[in-house]
Design a protein around this ligand. Structure first.
Ligand SMILES: C[S@@+](CC[C@H](N)C(=O)[O-])C[C@H]1O[C@@H](n2cnc3c(N)ncnc32)[C@H](O)[C@@H]1O
Length: 280
């Protein structure tokens, strides 16, 4: 008997063994007010069925479950063993399944809403995945595709150049890491095209601004320090930056430094989050 070879990693390196659950927890805690407001705006009703495709650690699956209770169901599916384990451990009313959203083991035509955030850009064939997700909708059901950062973020209000070189260095690092071209990572800007290509109508985009100033709430500070400064702008950027820029960036991002940016009175952070919905 032969076993099927494992599927190749996704465009951004996703496999069942991958675990970046902590980063996902930080992002969802940080952007919870804005994400919940977007979910509230979808007009879900009790008794409905919602799918969180690429649910990560399941924060949004729980928020969707609240909106369809009583009598409804929110199902989260994700490829990663560790992410689904964290999502199940969170408890609550959501159901969590480990599966590939490009080949979901689900009955077509069974969901009122498919929510898919910061995930379709991880797939090698996003249009095929969007079509597959659209196929899971009931007539009149909606597919909601969400992505952070379709517009550039503002981190250092006082130094646009340093922020730009750090962002570019991070992009170059990820392109090298996963063997990507720039077009591979920017194709996701075409969310509207994905929904239209999946045959959906009433395609409606909505971009919200996630904006924070000092003093920051603990969830905001944790996201910026752990996910952005240590995660995206950590030591791996050193070879991609001029030494003076690296030193300036490291000092601004280090909580132990006298110039730590989150203690500056002029700290002002902006990022965008875009949700595009389409109806079957
Ligand atoms: C950036 S995370 C976003 C997670 C979650 N939607 C959120 O907003 O926090 C992308 C997620 O997609 C999952 N993923 C990647 N490729 C997948 C696939 N083919 N099928 C199911 N999940 C996948 C990853 O394991 C990860 O949890």
């Amino acid at each position: 008997m032969t076993t099927a070879p494992p599927a190749p990693p996704g465009l951004l390196g996703d496999t069942p063994e991958r675990n970046y659950g902590r980063k996902l927890q930080l992002f969802n805690a940080f952007a919870e007010p804005e994400l919940r407001a977007l979910i509230d705006g979808l007009g879900l009703r009790s008794g409905q069925q919602a799918l969180d495709a690429g649910c990560g650690v399941g924060s949004t699956t729980l928020w969707l479950a609240e909106r369809v209770a009583p009598g409804g169901m929110a199902l989260g599916i994700d490829l990663a063993t560790a992410h689904t384990r964290i999502a199940r451990a969170a408890g609550g009313a959501a159901v969590v399944l480990q599966a590939d959203i490009a080949r979901p083991p689900l009955r077509p035509g069974s969901f009122d809403l498919v929510w898919c955030v910061n995930t379709i850009n991880h797939l090698r064939e996003p249009l095929g995945a969007a079509r597959t997700l659209a196929g899971l909708l009931r007539p009149g059901g909606r597919l909601a595709l969400g992505q952070s950062h379709l517009l550039p973020e503002m981190v250092f209000a006082w130094d646009a150049r340093l922020e730009r070189v750090a962002t570019e260095a991070n992009r170059a690092y990820y392109r090298d890491k996963y063997g990507l071209r720039e077009a591979d990572t920017t194709a996701i800007r075409a969310l509207v095209g994905l929904l239209r290509g999946a045959g959906l109508r009433q395609v409606r985009p909505q971009t919200v601004v996630v904006e924070r100033v000092a003093p920051l709430a603990p969830a905001d500070e944790a996201y910026l320090v752990e996910a952005l400064f240590r995660g995206y702008w950590g030591d791996h950027l050193r070879p991609y930056l001029d030494p003076d820029d690296w030193a300036a960036l490291a000092a601004l991002c280090d909580p132990a430094s006298a110039t730590f940016c989150l203690r500056r009175p002029d700290f002002h952070y902006i990022q965008t989050f875009t949700l595009v919905t389409g109806t079957l």
